[in-house]
Design a binder for this molecule. Structure first.
Ligand SMILES: NC(=O)c1ccc[n+]([C@@H]2O[C@H](COP(=O)([O-])OP(=O)(O)OC[C@H]3O[C@@H](n4cnc5c(N)ncnc54)[C@H](OP(=O)(O)O)[C@@H]3O)[C@@H](O)[C@H]2O)c1
Length: 266
C-alpha cells in the first residue's frame, strides 16, 4: 500500500504558478501529496506545469487562467474554483512583480497594478478562504513577501512598501490563528533566479551585482518546510537573515541611504 503523504486529500492553490518560484512551490506541495490549483495569466505555461506535476507526483493539478491584477480578480478565480467543484485548503499567495526606478516619472498603471496584485489580490483571496480554514482547523496561508519587506526602498518604493504590507499582514494573521491548527507563514526571499529581475528592471542596479541569486527551487523548499512547521517568517540566505536582523537597530537615515545606494545603477 502507498505511504500516506501529509497533503493527501487536501488542495493547494498556488498563484503565479506559470514560472519562477511559484512553479517550485507548487512542486513542493505536489511532492507532499497535495492536489494543486495553479493560477496565472500564461495558459500554455500553466498547462505544462500542471501536466508535469500531476504525472510526476500522482496528484490532481488544475490550471486556471486568472489575471489577479484586475480588481476583483481574486473573487473571479474563487468563483471559477467553486464552479469546478474544487476547494482550497492551502493558499499560496506568490504572484507578484516589482518595478525599479524613482517614483517621480514612473508609470502610474504599473505602480498601482503592483498594489493590486501584490497586496489587494492577496488580501482578497485570503479573505475568501480564511473562514473555511479556521472552520476545518487545518490548512493555511503561505504568503510570499521579500527581504525588501523589512525596510523602505527608495528607487523601488512601491514594491518595498507592498512587501512590508504582506509581512505585517501575515504576522498578524499568524497570531490570530494561534492554537487553531491553521498555519500562516511569510516567505521572504532575497535575490532569486526567476523572471522577476527582467520584469522589474532591476538587472543593472548595484544590488543585482552584489551577490549570487539563490535558486528558486531552494527558496521554495525552505518556504514549504517552514509552512509545514508553522514558522511565522522565513528569510532565505544567511546574508539576508543578518541584514534583516540588523535593520531595526540601525538609524533609519542610514538604512535609507544604504538601500538608495544599492538600488542605484551600478
Ligand atoms: N525573484 C526574486 O528575486 C524575488 C525576491 C523576493 C521576492 N520575490 C517574490 O516572489 C514572488 C514570485 O516571483 P518570481 O521571482 O517567481 O517572479 P516571476 O518569475 O516573474 O513569476 C511571477 C509569477 O507571477 C505571475 N503573475 C504576474 N502578474 C500576474 C497577474 N496579473 N495575475 C496573475 N499572476 C500574475 C506570473 O505569471 P503570468 O505572467 O503568467 O501571469 C508568474 O507566474 C513574487 O511575489 C515576488 O515579488 C521574488
Amino acid at each position: 500500500m502507498a505511504r500516506k503523504r501529509k497533503g493527501d486529500g487536501q488542495t493547494a492553490l498556488v498563484t503565479g504558478a506559470s514560472m519562477g518560484i511559484g512553479v517550485d512551490l507548487a512542486e513542493c506541495f505536489a511532492k507532499d501529496g497535495y492536489d494543486l490549483i495553479l493560477a496565472a495569466r500564461s495558459e500554455a505555461a500553466l498547462k505544462e506545469v500542471a501536466a508535469k506535476l500531476a504525472d510526476k507526483y500522482k496528484v490532481k493539478a488544475t490550471p486556471i487562467v486568472a489575471d489577479l491584477g484586475m480588481i476583483g480578480g481574486g473573487a473571479k478565480l474563487a468563483g471559477e474554483i467553486k464552479s469546478r467543484g474544487l476547494g482550497v485548503d492551502v493558499l499560496v499567495n506568490n504572484a507578484g512583480y516589482g518595478m525599479a526606478g524613482a517614483f517621480n516619472g514612473s508609470d502610474e498603471a504599473g505602480q498601482l497594478g503592483m498594489i493590486d496584485l501584490n497586496v489587494r489580490a492577496l488580501v482578497e483571496l485570503t479573505h475568501i478562504y480564511w473562514p473555511g480554514m479556521l472552520a476545518k482547523k487545518r490548512g493555511g496561508v503561505l504568503n510570499v513577501a521579500s527581504a525588501a519587506a523589512f525596510q523602505p526602498g527608495p528607487l523601488m518604493a512601491i514594491y518595498y512598501a507592498s512587501k512590508a504590507f504582506v509581512l505585517s499582514f501575515s504576522e498578524a494573521l499568524w497570531k490570530e490563528a494561534e492554537g487553531t491548527g491553521v498555519h500562516v507563514s511569510c516567505l521572504c526571499p532575497g535575490a532569486t533566479t526567476s523572471n522577476f529581475r527582467e520584469r522589474a528592471g532591476t538587472g543593472k542596479t548595484r544590488l543585482s551585482r552584489a551577490g549570487a541569486a539563490m535558486s528558486s527551487a531552494t527558496v521554495a523548499r525552505l518556504g514549504c518546510r517552514a509552512f509545514q512547521r508553522n514558522r511565522r517568517v522565513i528569510v532565505t540566505g544567511a546574508r539576508n537573515r543578518l541584514l534583516t536582523t540588523l535593520v531595526p537597530f540601525l538609524p533609519r537615515r542610514t538604512v535609507l541611504s544604504l538601500v538608495h545606494n544599492l538600488q542605484s545603477p551600478a
